[in-house]
Write a protein that binds this ligand. Structure first.
Ligand SMILES: Nc1ncnc2c1ncn2[C@@H]1O[C@H](COP(=O)(O)OP(=O)(O)OP(=O)(O)O)[C@@H](O)[C@H]1O
Ligand SMILES: [Zn+2]
Length: 735
């Protein structure tokens, strides 16, 4: 009896053996339903086995083979195996988490029969008379398709041997699959389904853009390119040209983007540029059914451009020819739970596995990528000018808030600048990374602060509904009438959030139309889209926003960006904080003056001479990256070392620490060439009543760290931890 090894969604690092009866026609990569404990669960057939460690009578048979969709290709299974090994995450859970939700259920999915066969250009050009006489069925199919596109069922009704003939003709390139919806029945006399991979509105590329496009398209086999282009330099236009080139060659393109918020907008944009090309998007905002359909279109090769957030890096793409990663520095490419992968890094592995080019684009590359470009592992492509003439980079001014009086957090120069924009009917954006009214409520008489009972954090004042809310655990309560400690009624909001800024600006500029864009104001579905339209249509004068507004948008009438209190990042415990801040400010500053009007950025800071702000004023990413790299090298931080973080949390602090101490002892006993640090509290030491602590391990060799983790992980799995949750995070981004 053949034994098949199946990946299941269980937290064990093994596969599970089942018997595949002779009758079932099972292929590796197919989804199967198998008994597990008392349940029937979904799994993926990963490999055949000669024998099993289980006694023959204990191996259960596969219940059902799902043949609703084609098997996962071996290439994808290999990629998932790599991820499981590299991130030390159970293989079964890795494989299952890569599937769209709908394909993880034990019920087969009903694939909408929306695909039709049609003649390709070569097929239409074919003269039936030149086909050998004995290929009757092929001739019949050809003639039928001359009339109209047909479904598989219709073609099969032509002859019992139609499937074989069809297969041969697809391989010959005469027939292709098209989406029925997008191809309404042809009008008489009209040539149909002519896919020309139309590219609309192509700009004549600048010299720098052309060089970048040439370098990538001339690449033979794997190559990783870092596209460093200042904001508005036309990186997107490069993607478009590269996509077009790949479409002409018949390949599929995968474009990874960091933000689900940006995908609908990008999707429309790319659709408008490639009106006759099948493009699908994959992100968590889609309904399960739609997501599964899009995934299947990618797997069948029908979708030529796949646009998606991080999970789409695991989409099967038979003709994958190019991978693009936009805003490659963005931390949201790293998944923060379950399989903690970096979609950017997996994409690089995938490009290598496939032997194709990958382009990482950013105005502020991550230090990891920058370092790789400096050392020659990646090829650096630079765009140093804004694409649209005469658009230039905005002027950046820093206002020293230790010397200037502030009105509710706003300096006079900033207010004057906003006023000027209002008079000129231009837009301003005020960037502040704090939602709510004020970060904390304080009693002026005893110093009491609104703290969360469950977390090591403060309760944020939300004025609109008079509530105090914890942004970490979601706890919420009404604003007290008096101080809970001393009874004094004089409670004052301290610090500034988006709501307070909105109130202040509205009072100062009563006629201005102010739009606040943060997680609270965009919670309802469609709210953000509506707001974006308002901004584009010029129905807002002042935008107040958190980082949501900072990324990727192109608002031509926006000429002023104000930045309120970014200083926290300068003395944060997170060693990446200042890297992130520079990227954020460059991004948000890059929203100003993208068209014909000059832009201005005003930063309110207590440290105007900090190297970060100097580099920001000079628009000099390179010098800033160099400064940071030197610091990181001195301190022994990434990208000069590779890290893994073991974090644990539980209700009892003692248990959390004991677990981590045992883990640490075990790590030391392995006597491998890695540095094992001490057990320390997490940056957020208590959240939702759970105490949190962590243990960092690092090495200057990726391989040494990997070998250590391979030895350490099984030991961790055996440690008593029934009342704890712990995770191992490789290449951690959050501490
Ligand atoms: N060669 C070109 N000639 C004229 N206009 C161009 C050219 N390339 C791009 N543009 C235009 O320049 C603007 C900025 O380009 P794009 O959005 O591609 O920049 P980007 O580098 O992706 O920007 P960001 O990183 O700030 O989002 C767009 O309006 C685009 O249409
Ligand atoms: Zn809390």
């Amino acid at each position: 009896m053949p034994i098949v090894r199946v990946a299941l969604d269980v937290p064990l690092s093994t596969l599970f053996d089942y018997v595949a009866s002779e009758k079932t026609q099972l292929e590796i990569g197919q989804r199967v339903v198998v008994p597990f404990g008392r349940k029937q669960v979904l799994g993926v057939a990963m490999a055949w086995a000669e024998s099993s460690d289980l006694a023959a009578e204990r191996i259960k048979p596969v219940t059902q083979v799902l043949d609703d969709v084609p098997p996962l290709p071996q290439e994808l299974l290999t990629l998932l195996q790599f991820c499981s090994d590299y991130y030390h995450y159970p293989l079964g859970m890795t494989v299952l988490s890569a599937l769209p939700t709908r394909l993880r259920a034990v019920e087969p999915i009903a694939v909408k029969q929306s695909l039709d066969y049609t003649l390709s250009e070569a097929g239409r050009a074919l003269d039936v008379a030149t086909l050998p006489k004995r290929r009757v069925v092929q001739q019949r199919i050809l003639q039928a398709l001359r009339q109209a596109p047909l479904s598989g069922a219709q073609l099969r009704s032509l002859s019992p041997s139609a499937p074989a003939a069809l297969k041969a003709m697809i391989e010959a390139g005469w027939i292709e699959l098209v989406d029925r919806k997008s191809n309404p029945l042809p009008q008489a006399g009209e040539r149909t389904n002519e896919k020309r991979n139309l590219l609309l509105g192509a700009h004549t590329l600048t010299v720098e853009q052309q060089q970048a496009v040439d370098a990538v398209s001339q690449q033979k086999g794997y190559g990783c390119f870092l596209l460093h282009g200042i904001t508005g330099s036309g990186k997107t236009e490069i993607y478009v040209h590269l996509m077009h080139e790949m479409l002409q060659r018949g390949g599929q393109v995968l474009l990874l983007v960091p933000e689900i918020n940006l995908t609908p907008q990008l999707e429309n944009y790319f659709r408008s540029r490639f009106p006759d090309v099948d493009l699908v998007s994959l992100h968590s905002g889609l309904a399960d059914g739609e997501r599964a359909q899009n995934w299947l279109k990618a797997q069948s090769g029908e979708a030529r451009i796949v646009l998606g957030t991080r999970l789409s890096v695991f989409t099967p793409l038979p003709n994958l020819g190019l991978i693009l990663v936009d805003e490659e520095h963005d931390p949201s490419f790293k998944q923060q739970d379950g399989l903690r992968y970096s979609a950017r890094d997996v994409a690089i592995f995938r490009a290598n596995q496939r032997g194709v080019a990958i382009v990482l684009g950013s105005a502020t590359p991550s230090l990891e990528s920058w370092y790789n470009a400096q050392s020659g592992r990646y090829r650096l492509l630079k765009l140093t000018q804004r694409a649209v003439q005469p658009a230039t980079l905005p002027t950046v001014r820093c206002m020293d808030i230790t010397k200037l009086p502030l009105h509710e957090g706003l300096s006079e120069p900033l207010l004057t600048a906003i006023e000027a924009r209002l008079q000129r009917k231009e837009q301003s954006l005020i960037f502040i990374n704090r939602r709510g009214y004020a970060p904390v409520l304080m009693c002026t008489s005893c110093g009491w602060l609104s703290e969360c009972k469950h977390c090591a954090g403060k309760l944020v004042l939300h004025q609109k509904d008079r509530s105090l809310r914890c942004h970490h655990c979601g706890a919420q309560q009404r604003v007290p009438h008096a101080c809970p400690t001393c009874g004094d009624a004089d409670l004052k909001p301290v610090g500034i959030g988006t709501q307070r800024l909105e109130e202040t600006l509205q009072a100062r500029f009563p006629a201005a139309r102010i739009l606040r864009v943060d997680r609270d104001s965009t919670r309802n579905k469609g709210a953000w889209n509506a707001m974006r339209k308002q901004i584009h249509d010029g129905e807002a004068d002042i935008l107040i926003g958190t980082q949501m507004l900072a990324k990727g948008h192109d608002f031509p009438n926006l000429t002023l960006v104000g930045v309120i209190s970014p200083d926290g990042a300068l003395y944060s415990a997170d060693f990446r904080a200042s890297e992130k801040l520079f990227a954020q400010l460059t991004q948000v500053g890059g929203r100003a003056g993208r068209a014909d009007k000059a832009g201005e950025v005003i930063v309110q800071t207590a440290f105007p001479n900090h190297p970060l702000f100097q580099a920001l004023r000079a628009h000099d990413y390179e010098i800033w990256a160099q400064t940071l790299l030197a610091e990181r090298q001195m301190a022994g931080f990434p990208p000069f070392v590779y890290q893994a973080l073991l974090s644990a949390e539980g209700k009892q602090q003692g248990e959390v620490n004991a677990f981590l101490q045992q883990a640490r002892t075990a790590a030391m006993e392995l006597k491998l060439p890695v540095e094992v640090y001490g057990v320390v509290p997490a940056a957020m030491p208590k959240r939702a009543n759970h105490h949190r602590a962590q243990l960092l391990v690092q090495s200057d060799k990726r391989k040494a760290l990997g070998e250590f983790l391979r030895a350490w992980k099984p030991v961790l799995d055996e440690l008593p931890a029934s009342r704890l949750r712990w995770v191992l995070d490789v290449d951690p981004m959050e501490f």
